[in-house]
Design a binder for this molecule. Sequence first.
Ligand code: ADE
Length: 252
Amino acid sequence: MNFHILTLFPDMVMDGLNTSIIGRAVNAGLLSIEAVNIRDYAFNKHQSVDDYPYGGGAGMLMQAEPVYLAYEAVAEKIRQTGSVPAEKKLRVVYLSPQGAVFDQNMAEEMAREEDLILLCGHYEGIDERVLEEIVTDYVSIGDYVLTGGELPAMVMVDAVSRLVPGVLHNDVSAEFESFQDNFLEYPQYSRPEEWHGKKVPPVLLSGHHANIEKWRREQSIIRTYERRPDLFEKCRLTKKEEKWFKEYLDGE
Ligand code: ADE
């Protein structure tokens, strides 16, 4: 999978993504990540890419033309590889607090793309006209306002990359984790068996796989109920689990 990040701060993005699992996946050729500096497409001699908003108001706006030229350069390169059918519209994500809130389903859907172009705004935003022309998806990473789209782009690249086959080495762990069927992950323990007076739950030392699975499932249910009641609303329990959970709550 190939990520193309249009940004005024390419070092920030590349420095953040070239370590650990994502960096390894890039080195192994499973992913490619390029940061394209929008400033390289400035069309005036001062290399400025921002200007005052018409109608007044605080701050500066990123101008349409440098963003468009940066996009065109990337689009041309992708088209030249021949990996995308000519009639297919390229996927361009604009990171913005006005977008749909990013979640695991969106990450799974994006992981099916071969190329993803991520557009990072800065200052007060980007001239609306170029957004209308190139953007296919508006995505927010949460209901708060950051100084730019770079951190959100990095969040997206990380969440999508780990779903690309081979990136995690062990494909099972991409499946069994938080947000599988909306349940949060169960608690996990490693050595030693006792730490600060706290013992590892005995069932995990029992070697009894069915009991371990049952305990983990129950812990996921309890945890989701307690920590993310909003997710719990969407969870499906079996009849047996519902009965057990009712008894558990009654005993609390
Ligand atoms: N740019 C600024 N804030 C953002 C957010 N919360 N999500 C995505 N892009 C942003």
